[in-house]
Design a binder for this molecule. Structure first.
Ligand code: RB5
Length: 149
């Protein structure tokens, strides 16, 4: 059976192996992993990978995205430049849950050189297991959308 929930994955060179492990993990949670690379360990530039992943989400090809670089910060900044994307860096499970429930984040960024692998998997579980609550939070997310409009 092919999962109809699609999640795009990308990173820079700091997280190639980890990203592949994450792809396998999200598949066990019922997501189809859309891994857009890179696949080789040469040094590369995180903005292009953040943008490419964000475009998959903004276009509707993927519902969610997970991106990684050394800190998670640079690739997050690039992704958030794409209209319609709301991406947060998380190094704890509470934030990972809250960016879905309150901020309607559609992308999660992780620092591969910051956060341990075991915690990263818990962070991903928290992010994917949460849903946007709407209500007063929708008002605030609409205000974010108004800024980019
Ligand atoms: C690459 O050395 C590093 O700068 C990058 O992975 C990331 O941490 C940038 O935000």
């Amino acid at each position: 059976m092919t999962a109809n929930k699609r999640i795009v994955l990308s990173s820079d060179h700091a997280a190639i192996e980890l990203r592949l492990a994450i792809a396998a993990h999200v598949e066990t949670l019922g997501w189809q992993a859309v891994d857009i690379g890179p696949t080789t360990p040469e040094s590369t530039h995180y903005p292009k990978h953040g943008e490419a992943a964000a475009q998959r989400v903004a276009s509707g090809d993927c519902q969610l995205g997970i991106i990684l670089c050394g800190t998670g910060q640079g690739i997050m900044m690039a992704a958030n430049k794409v209209k319609g994307v709301r991406c947060g860096v998380c190094s704890d499970t509470f934030s990972a849950r809250m960016i879905r429930e309150h901020n309607d984040a559609n992308m999660l960024s992780i620092g591969a050189r910051v956060t341990g692998e075991g915690l990263i998997f818990d962070i991903i579980d928290a992010f994917l297991g949460a849903s946007f609550e709407g209500g007063r939070h929708a008002t605030r997310v609409d205000m974010i959308k108004a800024i980019e409009a």
